[in-house]
Design a protein around this ligand. Sequence first.
Ligand SMILES: [Cu+2]
Length: 294
Amino acid sequence: MAESGSVIWPSAAEPIWRFNYLLADSPDQEGIAVTQVYFRGRKVFWKASLPSLRVQYNGDCGPYKDPLTYNNAQTTSLCPSQRVCLHSYVSGGFRALQVQSYHRIGAYRLTHRWVFWEDGACYPRLYSAGLQCNDDHRHHAYWRFDFDIGGAANDLVLEYNTYTPNQGWGNGWHTKTTEIARLKNTSSQRSWAVLDKQSGRGYHILPGPHDGNADAFSTRDIWIMRYHGAEDKHGQQGSASSDDLQPYLNGENIDGQDVVVWYAGHLAHEAAHGGDEWHHVGPYLIPFQNWDWA
Ligand SMILES: [Cu+2]
């Protein structure tokens, strides 16, 4: 079984966001994948998904890879008849559409959520509660963002650091022209952007406040890569012991190409806090320059 649909939100008369969604069965295991995602009539993603979720314990438990599938999703009181739950709300004066699935895996309760805001922001989130073993551990959530801003090709990737002088892209920004994996750097407010070269429209990728730090088990925060269809494994990405993203980094040119961004949130969970506390990770994706407000 699977659950899928098409969304025009908030209405056909006011199509701010438009996309398809799919929560598939095993062997697919990438949570809710959203595809053909448009903000105000302009393409943002070819596809965005959560293809890997790994957990490492102190002590003898694990490591585990937790697949997010239709099989281990459950209905909730908010959506008693659907495992993909669409829910509109208003927060801070802004309308939002939340698309989420609730999963049970062993002792874990996991909520995978996309929030689409009326101003074009998109918040991918993973919420986790439950203790599989009574030890401190770290969940690592890997999102895959296949941006197609203004079409698949002709992308430009930028990185921001407070210390970078203006090189023509504004203070702090420089371009990344070959495939690369990066670490966050809080002191330089490091962040990234993917732009369409022709229009200048793009998205700013900002680490979330709870996204933690890479470690020896999950070694990077973001990977910027050239699109290859074979590198979309629909959630069969890596294993419990490795994310297996490093082999995709082979020095390819990404300047003016079709770019895919992987982003990892690292969620530390202390056993002393018990199993009932919910924790979450996820970046902020914010529209960047030159979007026309209809
Ligand atoms: Cu946990």
